[in-house]
Design a protein around this ligand. Sequence first.
Ligand SMILES: [Zn+2]
Length: 177
Amino acid sequence: MDSTSIEKACRFCPRCGKETDAEDQGCVPFRCKRCGFANFFGPVAAVGGLVTNEQGELLLVRRAREPGKGKWGLPGGFVDRDETIERALSREVLEETNLCVSEATYLTSFPNLYEYAGAVSPVIDLFYLCRVADQTVIRLADGELDGFLWVKPTQQHLSRMAFPSNRRAIEKWLDFV
Ligand SMILES: [Zn+2]
């Protein structure tokens, strides 16, 4: 099946089941003409950590699965329901790398798109500069990540990033350091 935006994938009202008129398909927000149900489609919030060590090197992690399999990324992920951004950041960094965030400072945000099972959803990525308590305890999440580097990122790394938003966050960080 071809990939499509989340709003185009919603051809039927999830509450009453009415099929959307052709001219209304893909509209944001989705509004059902029969029952009035509305869906605003996000964006979903996600966090990314720019984790640095004592030498000022940045942690890049290699993705073991799609999207972006084999490419570099920053540790991070989606914010859960009823969770703060800060809590999501600590949780995701811990889950993916076993590193404990001791200090986090907001850096920037960029819109992103996330494709899953052929549907593309809008995401807002929030990036934080992170210090960790002990970098030597790093242990990658099995099946999710299969490599890591502590580096001063070069053009070569930047051209192999899984998500443009991660790349832009690193470029912004490089402007400061
Ligand atoms: Zn409806």
